[in-house]
Design a binder for this molecule. Sequence first.
Ligand SMILES: C[S@@+](CC[C@H](N)C(=O)[O-])C[C@H]1O[C@@H](n2cnc3c(N)ncnc32)[C@H](O)[C@@H]1O
Length: 212
Amino acid sequence: MSREREYTHPVFAQVYRLIAAAGERGGFGRLRGSVLADASGRLLILGLGPGHDLAHLPPAVTLVVAVEPDPSMRALARGRITACPVPVTLLSADAHLLPLSDSSVDAVLCACVLCSVAQPATALAELRRVLVPGGRLLLLEHVAAPTGHWVGRLQHVLQPLWGRAAGGCSVQRDTASAVAAAGFDVTAVRTTMVWPNLPPVAPTVLGTAVRR
Ligand SMILES: C[S@@+](CC[C@H](N)C(=O)[O-])C[C@H]1O[C@@H](n2cnc3c(N)ncnc32)[C@H](O)[C@@H]1O
């Protein structure tokens, strides 16, 4: 399969467009804003999707580089890119091999994307490479429930179907551990239940990890 085809999920993009718009009104927009409050300078948004994060940038962000491999998602983001108050460069690129120089961004946002990349450890190594030392990795990611918890059992049962329907999304990732293993300080990152994320896309990891 070509790289472009591997990342093209037009049906999921349309379904996600509706879910993301409803989430925005239902409390997810507020979460995006609270996580993004820690961003400043040059911000990389990984997996831009329909682009809702662009409406929550704090004034300290001076420019945005957005990576989005799915052409259907890039089309959905166009209007929000035009309305964004800071310059946005949208790249058709892949988290596993970012076309960016070492230490070229001050912050990275991962919102509901580390669940979807095929190899999170490779993607996180790339994010670490492009961040300046001390740079911030902002996280808003749904993750696996603790072992033995009923939500974990639900995630286990739903995962095969979920992955196919939701563009390869996994509800079973231990993202905080993966971020720590990739060379980030995760002391300001917490894993919790937050509205409106409900099982199987809960609990949620949110906060700021710092590039060691
Ligand atoms: C569930 S959507 C989330 C979109 C957006 N971050 C948001 O919060 O609304 C997951 C996004 O990750 C993107 N994605 C999947 N694999 C990727 C990869 N290897 N590199 C970059 N983005 C990827 C998808 O194309 C999709 O836009």
